[in-house]
Design a protein around this ligand. Structure first.
Ligand SMILES: Cc1cc2nc3c(=O)[nH]c(=O)nc-3n(C[C@H](O)[C@H](O)[C@H](O)COP(=O)(O)OP(=O)(O)OC[C@H]3O[C@@H](n4cnc5c(N)ncnc54)[C@H](O)[C@@H]3O)c2cc1C
Length: 465
């Protein structure tokens, strides 16, 4: 073995696949009994249940390109049309206005007529047209930035639910520069965020548009599965399950990596693609400053409760792709995707698959049992969607302490870790904790990590000791 990849999530799999294709002898160690990490699709009684991601964006091309490269081009599917999403706010459902960009309208018409905001609230949002730039260069929270320009109502009712859940972080802690630097850029260039969003809408119309989301007919597990198959086909990559890396030290010509089994591996280069907390622990001995930076990236928790119902259990037929819950609603759930209405092939005929997210609004409830989380999901759905009776499928997937929080200053923490590792080009860190949580970000990081160690090896690297 020349390179050791630690962690068999989408980041580590991509790195191992890329190294294998470059003909570099590689070993991938995975702590669990399966590969894919947070990407997990299961077929249960005709339902296609996603425990982690259910899709990815196509405007960051890394995942789309990888899927095509792996021969999955034909399996790529977009969501059903039209894309109707609701916000649960002040006890009722309001449709997300058509033509929304990140958090602002790309066309004025639907926003002016939306029932989501009162005329007075719309006036406050419109103050963005005249407010000066904040003139700040440092990172601030997305919440603080948007509250100043657009008012608290837009943040609590729209931007918070849209962004906060993705990062398991309240919007008032979320880093503007790490998550939506384009908003700061828009303010710099156009001053008004509304004018910038409307301009981007006009540009998109010229270039054409569609839904930015794609998935695979067989679920996201089809992507990780195809990667695993490609890795198995490429001779030179050895994959080991039930193999937890517990210690990493430098030696002449490479590294000593100890597994929990006691076995010692002696690679020349290492890609750490484990979640942040595990990566910090592995860096402690060899690069304590990098370890401290990585450890300062905190992690939160979330749960996905998948519930299957017969159509006749709904008092009226469900519609749309799902809904987000605004701040302050007396509900336990944060959001719900109507998976089988959003994507083809997710549930048997006559049934509906729902995916409920819990943890952002009420983190304390995650301490409850699976049965308690299912009961909360059922209760909130009964209240909001009139669904009654026991679900015919109930499945809980938790990500406890594994959701990286991109809080204010995130980019400095990542830059600090990278700088502390600069003298060790044959040791690199990658994955959701660092340069983007989305599957395309992780794929891109896996590729970049593989390229970095391949280049370091070909150039001859200084000994880590
Ligand atoms: C509920 C949920 C919904 C999501 N939805 C979306 C979505 O719709 N679209 C999107 O783009 N993204 C989504 N994401 C984010 C995305 O799925 C993740 O950020 C991404 O899959 C993380 O990949 P990773 O390889 O960096 O980490 P992981 O998937 O966490 O993989 C890390 C792997 O390392 C292993 N490991 C840990 N410690 C060790 C060790 N010491 N030794 C060996 N192995 C170790 C773990 O067992 C794991 O398999 C979602 C995430 C979650 C949790």
């Amino acid at each position: 073995m020349t390179v050791l990849v630690v962690g068999g999530g989408i980041t580590g799999l991509t790195a191992a696949y890329t190294l294998g294709r470059a003909g570099i002898p590689t070993t991938l160690v995975e702590a669990a009994d399966r590969l894919g990490g947070k990407v997990r699709t299961e077929s249960i009684d005709g339902f296609l249940v996603e425990s982690g991601p259910d899709s990815f964006v196509s405007y960051r091309p890394a995942a789309l390109e990888l899927a095509r490269e792996l021969g999955l081009g034909e399996a790529l599917i977009g969501p059903t049309q039209p894309r109707t999403v609701w916000i649960r706010s002040r006890g009722r459902f309001v449709q997300l206005p058509e033509a929304m960009g990140l958090v602002l309208p790309t066309r004025l018409g639907p926003f002016i007529t939306t029932a989501m905001f009162s005329p007075l609230e719309k006036l406050r949002i419109g103050m963005d047209l005249v407010l000066p730039r904040d003139g700040l260069d440092r990172d601030v929270s997305v919440g603080a930035f948007l509250r100043r320009r657009l008012g608290g109502v837009l943040v609590d009712r729209l931007a918070g639910p849209l962004l906060g859940g993705v990062y398991a972080t309240p919007i008032d802690e979320l880093s503007l520069m790490a998550v939506v630097p384009q908003l700061r850029d828009a303010e710099r260039r156009h001053r008004s965020l509304l004018l910038a969003s409307l301009a981007s809408g006009r540009a998109a119309k010229v270039g054409g548009s569609g839904s930015p989301f794609v998935t695979l007919a067989g679920g996201m597990g089809q992507l990780s599965g195809a990667l695993v198959e490609a890795i198995e086909r490429s001779r030179g990559v050895d994959v080991r399950m039930h193999s937890t890396a517990v210690a990493l030290e430098g030696r002449r010509g490479g590294f000593d990596v100890r597994l929990a089994t006691g076995e010692l591996l002696r690679p020349e280069a290492v890609v750490l693609a484990s979640p942040g907390p595990a990566t910090a622990g592995l860096l402690d001995a060899i690069a304590p400053i990098a370890a401290a930076h990585v450890r300062s990236i905190t992690h939160g928790s979330t749960a996905v409760v998948s519930l299957g119902y017969r159509l006749d259990q709904f008092s009226k037929p469900p519609a749309g792709h799902g809904f987000l819950v605004a701040k302050g609603e007396p509900l336990a759930i944060d959001a719900c995707t109507l998976s089988s209405l959003k994507w083809a092939g997710r549930a048997p005929d006559g049934t509906v698959l729902l995916r409920v997210f819990i943890g952002s609004h009420s983190p304390a409830v995650l301490a409850g049992s699976d049965a308690e989380l299912v009961a909360l999901g059922k209760r909130d759905l009964a209240l909001m969607m009139g669904v009654h009776g026991a679900p015919i499928l109930a499945r809980v997937a938790r990500s406890m302490g594994q959701m990286p929080k991109y809080t204010v200053g995130h980019l400095e923490r990542v830059a600090g870790a990278s700088a502390a590792l600069a003298g060790l080009p044959n040791l690199t860190i990658a994955g959701a904790a660092f340069r983007g949580v989305g599957v395309p970000h992780c794929v891109a990081q896996g590729r970049a990590a593989a390229a970095q160690v391949a280049q370091a090896l070909s150039g001859g690297v200084p000994d880590p000791v």
